[in-house]
Design a protein around this ligand. Structure first.
Ligand code: FES
Length: 574
């Protein structure tokens, strides 16, 4: 007798102890929405609907779903959308990173629980694409990522502006008294002139580009603006392709490999992308038992030039990047550094896709490899007695003065302490001091918020100080800039040496030597370690916060939950 198929609506039947009854009941319910029996026999393509009234970065998701559904039906499939958590950076307390793993769990379990033969994940805002990639890697069902696309840039007088590098720069000018209340309010109406994710090379743009380089997005999809007609055509094509992928069984484990992860890390460097990209890709890789080797990542940085001239490191916006040809131009420029045999969701290799990309044209935004923006990648991995498991420094966003620098630490105990003191005229701080903040990591904050962009103390900002060396166990928004050491690991709350720094200590940063050291003797550090107060257990913790604090891992492990990373690692990035 022919085995019953385990595809489409027959997948993952609810347990009633009678398969045929389970299918009968499932069909009875879904037919209430008007489906015919013939439609219910087709391959099912799930669409993760991340529309939310709180999330302007996903404001075009309804139109994208329409286009995706058209593509699925043109290819003979049945599209079914389902909601998942949606995260927007400014609408997630205490920080969206705290909720990334929850979104990843939600997405993974909904892919597993509901009948679908392939899934299209509509992401965009910073944490959504990482969460969806983590989910896709664990669920291992054929999957394509479609992003909402970057927003357009706006104008303020004669100046082009856009979220969110300009948000920070203009707010800094407001803090320094150069922009008054009325003007800053006027500016807030132009910073986000359309739906879509932030239009600079922040975390969302970085993750979109890394996802395309990883092979989990159709070629060209990272940079198309959210409001362009081409964005809808790209979505339609993803729908069409998902039906084919379901038939081919092209699962994420055939696409996400150590070599394709290395490609995405190369692209992170070449685009001068967000430091958050390394944390997120480490979490994605961990889902498949692949370790991201930070030292290999640092080596890649030394070999990979920064080619894309976008804010926050450069001058342009994502719509400029798209008009210049988008990511495929960058991929072609660094082709010799990429693993070209990696499979992509298109069914062709990355090398095939680069060869098939449109020919380049004259433009100013993407530099040729022999005329890079900077010869070295944007991100350095630091180590030393202050960061035994590593720290990150975005060279391309930092001042030349701070590439080798020793200064006096001015320590803030936590984010609140920093917020309370930073503008106090009595704060003992000078322009050559180093601002140090701790207890802002995965456990300490919790959720490792983007608090690493410590503002310049008001009394110094008013004197014209624009940059200082700052360091913490926090992350930083990809749209921010400045001389900032981030992700100091282990974090202070996990007993890292950052907990031992005292105001007045000297700290040495040497980017070329990749060193970050507290200039205090080992004996003194041991003495201070013994004096640290024991961390008190909080018996009132409950729910997701308890799950998070009990299981979140450190930055070098991607801040994923320990029970979601596949261990032991069986591979690592080359
Ligand atoms: Fe969503 Fe910047 S707030 S991408």
């Amino acid at each position: 007798m022919k085995e019953p198929s385990n595809k489409g609506m027959r997948k993952g039947l609810t347990s009633y102890g009678d398969r045929e009854f389970s299918l009968f009941l499932r069909k009875a319910f879904i037919k209430a929405m008007g489906y015919s029996d013939a439609a219910l026999e087709l391959p099912v393509i799930g669409i993760a609907n991340t529309y939310s009234g709180y999330n302007a970065c996903h404001g075009n998701v309804p139109e994208l779903m329409t286009a995706i559904k058209r593509g699925v039906m043109l290819a003979g499939g049945l599209p079914v959308d389902f909601p998942t958590i949606s995260l927007h950076e400014s609408f997630a307390h205490p920080t969206s990173m705290f909720l990334r793993n929850l979104m990843a769990m939600d997405t993974e379990e909904m892919i597993r629980a509901q009948p679908m033969d392939a899934v299209i994940l509509i992401g965009g805002c910073d944490k959504t694409v990482p969460a969806q990639l983590m989910a896709a890697a664990s669920a291992n069902l054929p999957a394509i990522v479609v992003v909402s696309g970057p927003m357009l840039s706006g104008t303020h007088g004669a100046e082009r502006i856009g979220a969110c590098t300009d948000c920070r720069r203009l707010w800094g000018m407001h803090r320094a008294g150069q922009i008054d209340k009325d003007e800053i309010n006027e500016i807030s109406g132009e910073l986000v002139p359309s739906v879509g994710f932030c239009g600079v090379m922040g975390t969302a743009s970085t993750m979109a580009c890394m996802t395309e380089a990883l092979g989990m997005m159709l070629p060209g999809g990272a940079t198309i603006p959210a409001v362009n007609a081409d964005r809808m055509r790209h979505a339609e094509e993803a729908g069409r392709r998902a039906v084919q992928m379901a038939a081919e069984g092209l699962t994420p484990d055939k696409i996400i490999t150590p070599k394709s992860i290395a490609n995405s890390l190369r692209i992170l460097m070449a685009i001068g992308g967000s430091t958050n990209g390394i944390v997120h890709m480490t979490a994605v890789a961990g889902r498949l038992g692949i370790k991201v080797d930070l030292d290999a990542f640092d080596r890649m940085g030394r070999e990979t030039p920064v080619l894309v001239d976008l804010k926050p490191s450069g001058v342009g916006y994502m719509d400029d990047f798209h008009k210049a040809g988008g990511l495929r131009v960058v991929l072609r420029e660094i082709k010799h550094l990429l693993n070209l045999d990696c499979m992509t969701v298109s069914g062709r290799t990355l090398g095939d896709e680069i060869d098939a990309a449109p020919k380049p044209w004259p433009q100013q935004i993407i530099r040729p490899i022999d005329k890079p923006l900077s010869a070295n990648g944007g991100i350095a991995v630091l180590r030393g007695n202050l960061a035994p498991r590593g720290a990150i420094f975005k060279q391309s966003a930092a001042g030349a003065k701070f590439q080798k620098f020793t200064g006096r630490a001015v320590v803030f105990e936590n984010i609140e302490d920093m917020t309370n003191k930073i503008d106090d005229s009595a704060l003992d701080v000078g322009a050559d001091d180093i601002l140090v903040m701790r207890n802002a990591g995965p456990i300490g904050a919790p959720g490792m918020p983007e608090a690493g962009y410590i503002p310049i103390p008001k009394k110094l900002a008013e004197k014209g100080v624009k940059d200082m060396l700052r360091m913490s166990d926090a992350r930083m928004s990809g749209t921010a800039f400045g001389s900032i050491v981030l992700h100091i690991c282990p974090e202070a709350a996990a007993g890292g040496p950052l907990a031992l720094v005292r105001t007045g200590d000297q700290i040495r940063l040497d980017v070329e030597a990749r060193g970050l050291d507290l200039l205090v003797s080992d004996e003194e550090m041991d003495k201070r370690r013994q004096q640290l107060p024991a961390r008190q257990a909080d018996d009132s913790l409950r729910g997701y916060r308890k799950l998070f604090l009990d299981h979140v891992q450190q930055a070098d492990e991607g801040c994923d939950f320990d029970f979601l990373t596949r261990r032991p690692f069986t591979d690592k990035t080359p």
